[in-house]
Design a protein around this ligand. Structure first.
Ligand code: UD1
Length: 418
């Protein structure tokens, strides 16, 4: 079993470079099925989730070539299979995103239902309701969604909640539809804009991405393209928290400051100094951590994917903070692990009351999900003694080279095999 061992490390100082965005590359890989031509993608992060998506695309008939360390070529000249099986979907929910592109390309898809996951039930009803509005027949049988259409037809779709995945799946399904599709109350995340830019670079006509209403005018064919993925705002945010938590100063490169505004605002509230440059940020601790309240919301609100890291930070603040999680119903599993390290956190429903303490102590803890795992890595940096984190595979899903990167800025951290 692989674990990560972290020892109390003192202030982190130096430069870190953020990778391409996990939540952009996954839908963009799915969208590369939309054309028979080659797509070349740059700034690909080295992540387990990317491997899972590539594996799925290969099963569907795409040929994938790694051009160099950061670039991939995807060529889906022929779609030879239209089924996304349970073993891949259960590893990574985002595999469900091939549904929209398969439907667009071959008018049918058979995709396993994702089921629950560590952070909640995470239904797919909004994806399916949207597909039905686009003249797609949906049936479910033995844990699979079977979708078929005689031709996707543009329509109005209203999302009851601005779901990131549903917005992405619907954009992909609609881009070669007959007529115009208007998606209302859609997600506004930067990754939605990145996906729309990618598909537009293939010849699609998507307008309004990044706002609450997206209009997709169907075109007959899409062509190949070459595209660079945006930086990962959650990886950036995680290292920004690390600087403040450890009392250090990190220069974080390959960041779009506009994408991390909620994180910057909250870090300033807790007392950090942040300098925003064109494509980097400098985060400097002023030696204090003030308490503050957090409410997770769809973008441009505070990201749920940064909630665990902030819960940790606020565990060491002066005073009491309230965290309200409004996106996922079961996203406080990390609190139990922080409690094992001595934190004082009380959970009631979707609210956490975090009473700040002077310190934490190292312990054996478990990464319950991806972001929880990253937060535990950061916790180990400031806890007395040694912290051993198991279920490291969660962390590798979303943080390329986290151990190596933190070592370069002064962290006492390593992998261990037992
Ligand atoms: C994406 C991100 C994930 C992030 C999340 C919220 C990717 C690969 N993952 O996940 O990192 O935490 O956005 O910012 O981009 N919902 C429904 N019905 C649906 C779809 C969603 O009820 O059909 C609910 C979910 O259960 C959840 C909320 O809507 O409570 C948000 O989910 P959604 O925005 O769809 O998240 P994902 O796309 O799964």
């Amino acid at each position: 079993m692989e674990t990560i061992i972290v020892k109390k490390s003192g202030a982190l100082n130096g430069h870190l470079k953020v990778n391409g965005s996990k939540n952009s590359i996954l839908p963009i890989l799915a969208a590369s099925l939309l054309t028979k031509d080659k797509c070349i993608l740059h700034e690909i992060p080295k992540l387990e989730d990317v491997n899972v998506m590539c594996n799925l695309l290969s099963k569907l008939g795409a040929k994938i070539n790694r051009l160099d360390d950061n670039s991939l070529e995807i060529h889906a000249e022929n779609i030879t299979n239209y089924e996304a099986p349970y073993d891949l979907i259960s590893k990574m929910r985002a595999s469900f995103l091939v549904m929209g592109s398969l439907l667009s390309r071959v008018n049918k898809a058979r995709v396993s239902m994702p089921g629950g996951c560590a952070i909640g039930t995470r239904p797919i009803d909004l994806h399916l309701k949207g597909f039905k509005n686009l003249n797609i027949n949906i049936n479910s049988n033995r844990g699979y969604i079977q979708a078929e259409t005689e031709g996707i037809t543009g329509n109005h779709v209203y999302l009851d909640f601005p779901s990131v995945g549903a917005t992405e799946n619907l954009m992909m399904a609609a881009c070669r539809a007959k007529g115009k599709t208007v998606i209302e109350n859609c997600a506004e995340e930067p990754e939605i804009v990145d996906l729309a830019n990618f598909i537009n670079s293939m010849g699609a006509k998507i307008e309004g991405a990044g706002t609450k209403t997206i209009t997709v005018t169907g075109v007959e064919e899409l062509h190949g393209t070459e595209y660079t993925i945006i930086p990962d705002r959650i990886e950036a945010g995680t290292y920004m928290v690390a600087a403040v938590l450890t009392g250090g100063e990190l220069h974080i490169d390959n960041v779009i400051p506009a994408h991390v505004q909620p994180v910057i605002a909250k870090l300033r509230e807790v007392g950090a100094e942040i300098i925003e440059n064109d494509s980097s940020v400098v985060v400097r601790s002023k030696g204090i951590i003030n308490s503050t309240d957090i409410k997770t919301l769809p973008y441009p609100g505070f990201p749920t994917d940064m909630q665990a890291q902030f819960m940790l930070l606020l565990s060491l603040a002066n005073g009491t903070s309230i965290i309200n999680e409004t996106i996922f119903e079961n996203r406080f599993m990390h609190a139990n692990e922080f409690l094992r390290m001595g934190a004082n956190i009380k959970i009631e429903g979707n609210t956490a009351v975090v009473n700040g303490l002077n310190g934490l102590t190292g312990a054996k803890v478990r990464a319950t999900d991806l972001r929880a795992g990253a937060a535990l890595v950061l916790a180990g940096l400031v806890a007395e003694g040694e912290t051993e984190i198991s279920e490291v595979h969660h962390i590798k899903r979303g943080y390329a080279d986290i151990v190596e990167k933190l070592q370069t800025v002064g962290a006492d951290i390593s992998y261990s095999m037992q």
